[in-house]
Design a protein around this ligand. Sequence first.
Ligand SMILES: *[C@@H]1O[C@H](CO)[C@@H](O)[C@H](O)[C@H]1NC(C)=O
Ligand SMILES: *[C@@H]1O[C@H](CO)[C@@H](O)[C@H](O)[C@H]1NC(C)=O
Ligand SMILES: *[C@@H]1O[C@H](CO)[C@@H](O)[C@H](O)[C@H]1NC(C)=O
Ligand SMILES: *[C@@H]1O[C@H](CO)[C@@H](O)[C@H](O)[C@H]1NC(C)=O
Ligand SMILES: *[C@@H]1O[C@H](CO)[C@@H](O)[C@H](O)[C@H]1NC(C)=O
Ligand SMILES: *[C@@H]1O[C@H](CO)[C@@H](O)[C@H](O)[C@H]1NC(C)=O
Length: 581
Amino acid sequence: MPRPISASVFISLLAGFSRVAATSGWHFVQNGTTGLLALEATIVSPTLALLYDLSATRTPLLMGNESAWGALYDLTTNVVTPIQVNSDTFCASGATLSNGSTVSVGGNWIPTLSQGVNGYQGLRIFEPCTSPSGVGCTLYDDPSTLHLTAARWYPSAIRIYDGSLFIAGGSLNFSLFYNEFPENSYEFFPPRDGGVVRPSPFLVRAGKTNMFPRIFSLTDGTIFMVAGNQSIIYNVDTKKETRLPDIPNGVKVSNPFDGSAQLLPLSPPNYIPEVLVCGGSDTDERIAPPELSSQTPASDQCSRIELSPAGIKRGWIVERMPERRILPEMLILPTGQIIIVNGAQTGYSAFSSFLSWIKDPVGNSNADHPNFTPTLYDPLAPVGKRMIKKGLPTTNIARMYHSTATVTPSGQVSCFGHDTAISNCANRNILIAGSNPQVEVNTTVPYPTEFRVEYLNPPYMYLERPVLSRVPAKVAFDAHFTLQVTLPKKAGIFPTIKVALMDLGFSSHAFHSSNRLVYLEATLDRDHKTLHITSPPNNRVYPPGPGYLYVVVADEYVSVGAQIMIGSGASPPVPDQGRRL
Ligand SMILES: *[C@@H]1O[C@H](CO)[C@@H](O)[C@H](O)[C@H]1NC(C)=O
Ligand SMILES: *[C@@H]1O[C@H](CO)[C@@H](O)[C@H](O)[C@H]1NC(C)=O
Ligand SMILES: *[C@@H]1O[C@H](CO)[C@@H](O)[C@H](O)[C@H]1NC(C)=O
Ligand SMILES: *[C@@H]1O[C@H](CO)[C@@H](O)[C@H](O)[C@H]1NC(C)=O
Ligand SMILES: *[C@@H]1O[C@H](CO)[C@@H](O)[C@H](O)[C@H]1NC(C)=O
Ligand SMILES: *[C@@H]1O[C@H](CO)[C@@H](O)[C@H](O)[C@H]1NC(C)=O
C-alpha cells in the first residue's frame, strides 16, 4: 500500500529529481591529463588504461631521466604512472592473449629524435597486474629475445579462436604518406608456420592505403578484413582468401584514408556476424601527397554487410552519417549501440612535417574541421533511422590524428551511496584522449598536442545502476553459471535483462581492434536476484581470454562491467572448446 508522502520528503524528492534531470542525457566531462600522448589506449584492469606514445614526442611525463612513452592511467583517480618501455611504440597496435597478457605489436623510430631502440619488430608483453593504481606493474620489452618476424609499422593485431594473435600488414620502413614499403603479409604470436610470414594477395590488392587493416575474428574462426576498398574472409587454417564485394563508391577506409570499422553485437542463437565500416575518403590514391588538400571533404558513408551466404549476396548496404569523418573511432556500448566519436570532416590522416607533406596543412595537421559531436548508431533500428545525433553533446577539444577512445569497465567514482546521490558521482564511462598532428610536443599550432582527458558519459551513467555480485572470476565455454543482481528500483517488476560480454579492445589510429560484444543467454530467477547465464557456446564466438560482463536492464540501466576470464586462462594456443554451432 502506498505510504502518504510528507511535505519534507516531497520537497527533497523534487530536489533530487531536478538534480538528476540536470544530469541526464549524454555529457562530455573534462577531467585529468595524460602527461604523455595517448596514441594507443587499452583497458588492462577494472581501474587501469595502458597508454603508449611514440618516444620522439618527448612529453613532460618522466621515467627516470627520459620522457616516458608508456604509462598506466588510473581511471578512478586520474593519476598517471609511467612504465619502462625499451623499444619505440611509434604507431603500433595490440591485443590481449587468452592468458590475459596484453601485447603491443610493431612500431618504428625516428633516428635523431627517438629514445629507446627501434620498435619495428616490437612484441611487448604487459602481464595481468592486480595493483589498482598500477604501481609495480611492468612491461616485458626485450627485442633481442622476443620480436616479430617482419618489421611492421602501422600493423593491426587481433585475438583469434585459439587465443593467439593474428597480425596483419604494416610498413617495413618509413612510408611518408602512402604505404611505400608495404609488408603485405600475416604472422601470428605465438608464431605459426615456424615463424615464417604468409604473403597476402588481399593487402597487395588493397594498395597504398592499406595500413592498419580493419580485421575481425568471425564466429566460425575465420577472419574478416577490410583495407583500402577491398574486403575478404580469410581462413587461417586453410590459408584461403574469399573475396567479398568492394566498399561501394570508391571509398577507402584504412590509413592514410582512415575510416573505422566495427563488428556489430553478436546475439544467440546464431551469432550471425555483421560488420559496419564508416568514414574514410573517396580520394583517388594515385594523387601524390603534395596535391592533396586538408580541405577535401571526407566520406560520410557507412557500409554494412551481413557475413552469411545471403548477406554476402546482398552485399554492402550504404547509409550516411550526419557528418563526414576521417579518423573516427567506433566503440560498442553495452546497450548494443555504436558510438562514433573523434575525427575530422575534411582532409587526411598523418601530419605534414619532414615525414610527410600535403599542400595546405592546418598548422601541421592534414585534417581540418574536427568532429566535435559524436553520432550514435543503433544497429537494430530500420535503415534511415539508425544515425542518432539528437541529444549527443558537443566538445571543444579536437581529437584528430593520434587520438584514442575506449569504453571503460566502471566509469563511476566518488559516489556517496547508490541511488540517492547519483549527481555526486564523477562519471567516467568512455575515455577519450590524445590528438597530436605533429611528431613532438607543439602547443603553438592550431591543433596542438592534446594532453587533456575527456570522458563521454551515456545517459545510463546518470541512472541507478544494476549492482552485480558473486560474479565468477572464470567460466568455461558453453557452461551454466550464476551471478547476483540488484535491479534498479524504477526498472519494473519483470524488466528485460540482457547480459553483454565485452572485449573492450585496443585503440590505435581510428581502429578499435578486438572490440566485441556477445550477448549471453540469461534468465532471471523467481527470486529476482539470481541471473542464470550460459557462457559463449565456443571459443570461436568469443575468442578465449578476458572480458567484462555488463548487465543491461530494460535497455536503459547498465551495470558496472565485471571482469571475467572466458576459457581456461591458459597461454595460447588453446584447443577448441564448447559446442559447435
Ligand atoms: C639517463 O640515465 C642513464 C642511466 O643512469 C644514462 O646512461 C643516460 O645517459 C641518461 N640519459 C640522459 C639523456 O641523460
Ligand atoms: C629503412 O630505411 C633506412 C633509410 O633509408 C635504411 O637505412 C634502413 O636500412 C631501412 N630498413 C629496412 C628494414 O629496410
Ligand atoms: C576499388 O578501388 C579500385 C582501385 O583503387 C578501383 O579500381 C575500384 O573501382 C574500386 N571499387 C569500387 C566499387 O569503387
Ligand atoms: C575530477 O576528478 C576528481 C578526482 O578524481 C574528482 O574528485 C572530481 O569530482 C572530478 N570532477 C568531475 C567534474 O568529474
Ligand atoms: C610547431 O609547428 C609550427 C608549424 O609547423 C612550427 O613552425 C614550430 O616550429 C613548431 N614548434 C615546435 C616547438 O616544434
Ligand atoms: C601469456 O602467453 C605469452 C605467450 O606465450 C607469454 O609470453 C606470457 O608470459 C603469458 N602470460 C601469462 C600471464 O601467463
